[in-house]
Design a protein around this ligand. Structure first.
Ligand SMILES: Nc1ncnc2c1ncn2[C@@H]1O[C@H](COP(=O)(O)OP(=O)(O)OP(=O)(O)O)[C@@H](O)[C@H]1O
Ligand SMILES: [Mg+2]
Length: 260
């Protein structure tokens, strides 16, 4: 199986703090890879290195065999990497559909930005772009709420809309930063099916950060564990669950706990 992502010896230092410490990760095409670890372990910082928010102090990032280490965030989106954020970042005063439209690569080309912000008969403009975005809304279960303002959606649905927005950029690799945070059991089951559909039906790759161990263990093909910026383990879910170093990193928290 070929690699979609290959990170070699990535380090991110903030002053005296080494948030990511000499980490190497390979994600194979088609797999759901999860990144777990205690609070402050460096998981989100690792995503920020992949998306270009930070340039690594050291190391190299290859995406589909191309060196993207020095590319800007928007260039990485164009290459096919998109993400959701740990804290929801939507355009709260735009509708559900509009939140996807602004992320769609063809939106500018079709002059839709103008129509969105001018609110001029957007829905009448049944372009391919609108159709693409409506298909995504269907998939994430928000088609019936396409005209609802994002701010009016319940929290769990806002999280789904974040995933939809990430899909609207037509990525190859989707980075999900704690997509299940704040969701109830039923919402998490739906999220789990959605993630599986994104990989199996849309053939996209998922790199997932999640604290809910039951969720992670059931959905992941492989799991990588960070602690204090260091990759301390990597393996199949059952291997990770029984790894002594991993259990110790979670001591006092309980690796099977459902956490925020
Ligand atoms: N821009 C920054 N400047 C300084 N320190 C930072 C910065 N970003 C992150 N850190 C620090 O790096 C460490 C790793 O943070 P990070 O957010 O990556 O952890 P995390 O594994 O995502 O944790 P959580 O599970 O709580 O989201 C923390 O000590 C954090 O305070
Ligand atoms: Mg984080």
């Amino acid at each position: 199986m070929s690699a979609i992502l290959k990170v070699s010896n990535a380090t991110m230092q903030f002053g005296g703090l080494v948030a990511v410490d000499d980490v190497s990760v390979v994600q194979r095409e088609g797999e759901i890879l999860s990144l777990i670890g205690p609070n402050g372990a460096g998981k989100t910082t690792f995503f920020n290195l992949l998306t270009g928010v930070y340039k690594p102090t050291k190391g190299q990032i290859l995406f589909l065999d191309e060196d993207i280490t020095n590319l800007k965030p928007y260039e990485r989106v164009e290459k096919g990497i998109s993400r959701t954020f740990q804290n929801i970042r939507l355009f709260s005063e735009l509708t559900t559909l509009e939140n996807l439209l602004v992320a769609h690569p063809d939106c500018n080309r079709e002059g839709l930005i103008e129509s969105i912000f001018g609110r001029s008969k957007l829905i009448a403009k049944r372009s391919k772009v609108v159709e693409d975005c409506e298909n995504i809304l269907e998939m994430i279960g928000l088609k019936d709420q396409e005209l609802e303002l994002a701010t009016n959606l319940p929290y769990g649905k806002q999280r789904l809309l974040e995933i939809g927005r990430a899909l609207a950029t037509n990525p190859r690799l989707v980075l999900l930063d704690e997509p299940g945070a704040g969701m109830n059991g039923l919402e998490k089951e739906e999220l789990s099916s959605l993630i599986i559909n994104i990989t199996k039906k849309l053939n996209k790759n998922i790199l997932l950060i999640e604290h809910d161990m039951k969720f992670v263990m059931s959905i992941s093909d492989r799991i990588i564990v960070f602690d204090h910026g260091v990759k301390i383990a990597e393996g199949l879910p059952e291997e990770i669950q029984n790894n002594q170093q991993v259990i110790e990193a979670y001591l006092g928290r309980g690796i099977t706990d459902d956490e925020e």
